[in-house]
Design a protein around this ligand. Structure first.
Ligand SMILES: Cc1ncc(COP(=O)(O)O)c(C=O)c1O
Length: 398
C-alpha cells in the first residue's frame, strides 16, 4: 500500500506549519456553529447575549493564560493579521503622533512582520533590519544602535518558526521600555512550548495564532497592553474598541480560548515530551548521516522544532522523497514551500545558500510519538542517498 494513502503509515512532523483541531476545542466551538447560539455579539437582544458572553469568556481564558487583562485581547484572523496590526498599526500611530516613522525588526522574523515593515518603507518610512548571530539570537548592540536612531516600534519574535531560536525577550522588552517605545513579539511558536506570558517582560504587543495550538485556521489574537500604541488597519463598525472592527469570529474565538488554556496548562509536559523526541531524532540523524548539522544547535532553542542541514541535498527533493514514504515535514516555513529562494532565516544566521537550500524542518507536538521518529530514521538515510545522487548528476550535466 502506498504509505501516503495508508493513514496508519503516515507521519506528521510539521506541527510548526499547522496542527489538527483538538477534540476539546471542537466540542467547545460546536454550539456556536449550530443554530443554538448564532447571535451577533454586538446585538443587545437574547440572541446576541450568549455570543457576547462567549467572547468575554474566551478573552478571560486567554488573558489568564498569558497574564494579561481580558480587555487587552484583540481577536484577529490569525497570526499574520496580528503581526500586521502590530507593526504597521504601531508605525502609523507613531507617525500620527509625530514620532519617528521607522521600525526595527529582526532579520529572522516571519514574513508577516518583515513584509509589514516593508510597507512602512513604501509609505515613506524606514525599516531597520537587526542582524542575528549564528544561533539566531538578535545582536543587542544592533538593537541599541537602532533605538538611538529613534524608532516607532521594536519587533522581535519570541521563538523562530524555522529553527526554534528563542530570543531574550525580557532583555529586549526592557531596552524598548527604557527608550519609551512599544515592544512587539510574535509568540505564535512560543505559546505552549516555552514559558511565555506578558508578565515575563514589559511587552506591549504579543501575537498569537490558533492553528498552531489545536484551534482552527483563521483565528488569532493580538494582546495589546496599550491601545494608544496602535492605529487600526481596518475601518468599519466599532467592535473591539475600533482597534480591529468587524463582527467577531465567535466560534473561532471560543476555540482559541480553549486551545490557549490547554496549551498553557500542558506546556511543561509538552516541552518535556517534544524535547525528548526532538533530541532523539537529531542524535539518530547525525549517527546515520554524519555530515548533517542541526541549525542553531549551539544556542537556546524551543523544544518542538528541529532544522537539519544535509549537505549535498536539496530540501524540496528531500521533502518529496519523504512525502512519498508518508512523512510530512517542511523546508523552512510552510508558506515558503515551493519557493526556490533559500530561507531568509538560515542565510541571516550565516548559512550558505547551498546549505540553507538543503535544510529540512521537523516539528513536534504533544501528540507526536517515538514511532514517528523511528519512521523518519527508516526512510531518511536512503532518501538522502537518492537525493545526493540526483543532485550530483544534475551538477555533472551543467
Ligand atoms: C512565527 C509565526 N508568525 C506568524 C505566523 C502566521 O500565522 P497565521 O498562519 O495564523 O497567519 C506563523 C505561521 O506560519 C508563524 O509561524
Amino acid at each position: 500500500m502506498n504509505p501516503t494513502r495508508d493513514s496508519s503509515q503516515r507521519v506528521y512532523l510539521d506541527h510548526a506549519a499547522t496542527t489538527p483541531v483538538r477534540p476539546e476545542v471542537r466540542a467547545a466551538m460546536e454550539p456556536f456553529l449550530s443554530d443554538e447560539t448564532f447571535g451577533n455579539p454586538s446585538s443587545a437582544h437574547w440572541a446576541g447575549r450568549p455570543a457576547r458572553a462567549a467572547l468575554a469568556e474566551a478573552r478571560e481564558r486567554i488573558a489568564s493564560a498569558v497574564a494579561a487583562e481580558p480587555h487587552q485581547i484583540v481577536f484577529t484572523s490569525g497570526g499574520t493579521e496580528a503581526d500586521n496590526l502590530a507593526v504597521l498599526g504601531g508605525a502609523l500611530a507613531a507617525r500620527s503622533a509625530g514620532r519617528p516613522f521607522r521600525v526595527a525588526v529582526s532579520a529572522i522574523e516571519h514574513k508577516a512582520v518583515l513584509d509589514a515593515a516593508r510597507v512602512v518603507e513604501r509609505l515613506g518610512g524606514e525599516m531597520i533590519l537587526l542582524p542575528v548571530s549564528t544561533t539566531g539570537r538578535v545582536d543587542p548592540g544592533a538593537v541599541d544602535a537602532a533605538l538611538e536612531q529613534g524608532v516607532a516600534l521594536l519587533s522581535v519574535m519570541w521563538v523562530n518558526n524555522e529553527m526554534g531560536a528563542v530570543q531574550d525577550v525580557a532583555a529586549l522588552a526592557e531596552l524598548a521600555a527604557a527608550a519609551n517605545i512599544p515592544f512587539h513579539t510574535d509568540a505564535v511558536q512560543a505559546l505552549g512550548k516555552i514559558p511565555c506570558t506578558m508578565a515575563d517582560a514589559p511587552i506591549t504587543l504579543l501575537t498569537l495564532s490558533g492553528h498552531k495550538i489545536g484551534a482552527p485556521k483563521g483565528i488569532g489574537a493580538l494582546v495589546v497592553r496599550d491601545k494608544q500604541a496602535l492605529e487600526p488597519l481596518l475601518h468599519g463598525g466599532g467592535q473591539q474598541e475600533g482597534v480591529r472592527p468587524g463582527t467577531e469570529n465567535v466560534a473561532g474565538a471560543v476555540g482559541l480560548g480553549v486551545a490557549v488554556e490547554l496549551a498553557s496548562a500542558e506546556r511543561a509536559e509538552t516541552e518535556r515530551h517534544t524535547r525528548e523526541l526532538r533530541d532523539d531524532l537529531e542524535r539518530r540523524i547525525i549517527e546515520s548521516v554524519p555530515d548533517a548539522h542541526v541549525n542553531g544547535v549551539e544556542g537556546e532553542r524551543a523544544p518542538h522544532v528541529s532544522s537539519v542541514a544535509i549537505p549535498g541535498t536539496d530540501s524540496n527533493a528531500l521533502l518529496m522523497q519523504l512525502d512519498l514514504a508518508g512523512i510530512a515535514c517542511s523546508a523552512g516555513s510552510a508558506c515558503a514551500t515551493g519557493t526556490t529562494a533559500p530561507s531568509h532565516v538560515l542565510t541571516a544566521m550565516g548559512l550558505s545558500d547551498a546549505l540553507a537550500s538543503a535544510s529540512v524542518r521537523f516539528s513536534f507536538a504533544h501528540r507526536s510519538t517515538a514511532r514517528d521518529v523511528d519512521r523518519v530514521l527508516e526512510v531518511l538515510p536512503d532518501a538522502v542517498q537518492q537525493v545526493r545522487t540526483l543532485v550530483a548528476s544534475l551538477g555533472d550535466e551543467t
